[in-house]
Write a protein that binds this ligand. Sequence first.
Ligand code: IPM
Ligand code: MG
Length: 367
Amino acid sequence: MAAAKILVVSGDGIGPEIMAEALKVADWFAAHRGVKLEREEALVGGVAIEAIGRPIAEETIARARQADAVLFACAGGPEWDFLEPGKRAGDGLLRLRKELNLFANLRPVKVFDALVGASALKPEAARGVDLVIIRELVGGIYFGEPRGIEAIGNEDQRGFNTETYSSPEVRRVGEVAFRLARTRGGHVHSVDKANVLEASQVWRNAMTAYHAAEHADVTLHHMLVDNCALQIVRRPSQFDVMVMGNMFGDILSDCAAALTGSIGMLPSASIGAPRADGRYHGLYEPIHGTAPDIAGQGIANPAAMILSLALLFDYSLGLSEEAGMITAAIERVLADGLRTTDLAGPGETPVSTSAFGDAVVAALGRA
Ligand code: IPM
Ligand code: MG
């Protein structure tokens, strides 16, 4: 195969540490399976603010557009998260998502058998959970206009944002959900707040109509977001594919991460429309942040980052078998009892970030 062009963004905090482990795994596939990746690095987030005064350079956006995929660790930190809008560390990532029109963010939540005991839920609730949250990623309240902060006298302020969804925006992310459900359990839960918000009423109407017109073979359920938060921690096994707006997806995916034992286990794929060959231009990143409190100590869990590489293989390179090998290797390492600090229970000695990565590479070699 021709070398695929990957833009590598290590970002801030634990980013460089976990990225190093994902790249070890990529190197193994280059050496043993002929997976050729042409890697280029770019600065996004706090490191970019320090280097050029902005969270992302225009040139980085152009390079991301030209690459086959972006492998992204995490960006942000307390020193850059609360600057003025547009200049915050997270704005670099938000611009990449928006400019590349990556409207669907897939967040698979799978509870590995070896980690059932580490879940925040009782083992009987956590066992076998395998769901995918599809978060709309370039619309909703994250990007709606008007937005801003205005002075209202007496040094008081008023902050405002706009939640907005149009039928075409709902249909295109709905399409991703219905198609994915067809390859899985055949169920889609569409999550909204249609009992209060007009944007959610449009969401629900568009989802209902599109389902009836094009995807009636899949079962569609509607669920209100507050009830959904409850159901995720009460009986998560009822879910197969879930689809929701940008902010609901941000919140509920962190909540669902508690099922897996650690937020350090959850990867994500951000994709747009498929290209003619069925593959996607995409951005792949763990759902966790930069964890500044543990950065530089070599103790972060690299699993979400490595699993994000698996999603990149699958969605952007068409290498679904190799993606499955990565997931299986992580599963084996966990079954062997290796735990990073976030997952280690009482009496378990945690392994370092790099020891975990080395064990994944070794497990690939034994496959
Ligand atoms: C996420 C993160 C981002 C988001 C931040 C870092 C901008 O929380 O990917 O879930 O809110 O989308
Ligand atoms: Mg989030």
